[in-house]
Write a protein that binds this ligand. Structure first.
Ligand code: HEC
Length: 219
């Protein structure tokens, strides 16, 4: 082994090694910061507008008479895009009656009905049954529990889509039931977007027609 390096004075060698190790720290810190996430605000050497006093949710603010920092919505205001004045589209109502038609802004084609079938199978079939006879899995299970006498005595069965009463419902009323629910059935406005609700209503009608094609000849 050559002894060349020992020709440098020892302290120089040690100082050089220490500097080398120290020089590796900043790049290591930067590499670490770039590769990881932190919920903390970044360090600002020169603070900008992001750093200033502010009120958090539910805090008090003496500037207002009611002392609340969170201001209530000015009554009568409507968020952009939330006016919903189209009663036909949003509520299934035309004038004073249930709508008989699907709103014109909706394009009714095969894909629309397929979508309705898919959504029905996801959201409704569990109770109303795949073919709409009110014999879904939830119903069967609830019926079993009620009959066993161990879990209550009351179960309101999901309505069959094929009773005369439901078949006579205009599409607007079906849409309304899906949107707001009916008696023991909850509404689905928060889970299912407007257009999908129309698709389901259209699919329910298609299902009804398919089950009663012969009897009424209205297919
Ligand atoms: C958790 C079970 C459940 C689900 C899911 C469900 N329903 Fe119902 N539905 C019911 C029950 C129960 C009734 C009967 C309510 C009553 O008579 O009190 C009912 C009633 C109805 C009626 C008749 C309303 C009337 O005015 O007579 C229609 C139409 C209907 N459901 C459509 C749907 C559609 C479409 C979906 C899917 C978006 C759906 N339901 C999802 C349980 C359900």
């Amino acid at each position: 082994m050559s002894r060349n390096q020992s020709q440098l004075p020892r302290p120089f060698v040690y100082a050089g090694m220490i500097l080398l190790v120290l020089a590796m720290i900043p790049p290591a810190v930067i590499a670490y910061a770039r590769a990881t996430h932190s919920p903390l605000p970044r360090i600002q050497l020169q603070q900008d507008m992001g750093v200033q006093n502010r009120f958090d949710t539910q805090q008090a603010n003496p500037m207002f008479r009611d002392g609340r920092a969170m201001r209530p919505r000015v009554s009568g205001t409507v968020a952009r895009g939330h006016l919903r004045e189209d009663e036909h589209y949003y509520d299934g109502i035309v004038g004073d009656d249930w709508a008989d038609t699907i709103p014109i802004q909706i394009e009714v084609d095969r894909a629309f009905l397929e979508r309705g079938r898919e959504r029905y199978d996801i959201f409704c079939a569990i109770c109303h049954g795949v073919a709409g006879f009110g014999d879904g899995m939830v119903h069967e299970r609830a019926q079993e529990l009620v009959e066993s006498g161990r879990h209550g005595t009351v179960w309101v069965p999901p309505t069959s889509m094929h009773t005369r009463e439901v078949r006579e419902k205009p599409i607007g009323e079906l849409f309304h039931v899906i949107t707001h629910g009916a008696r023991n059935m909850a509404g689905y406005a928060s889970q299912i977007p407007v257009e999908d609700r129309w698709a389901i209503a259209a699919y329910v009608q298609a299902m009804q027609i398919s089950q009663h094609a012969d009897e009424e000849g209205d297919s």
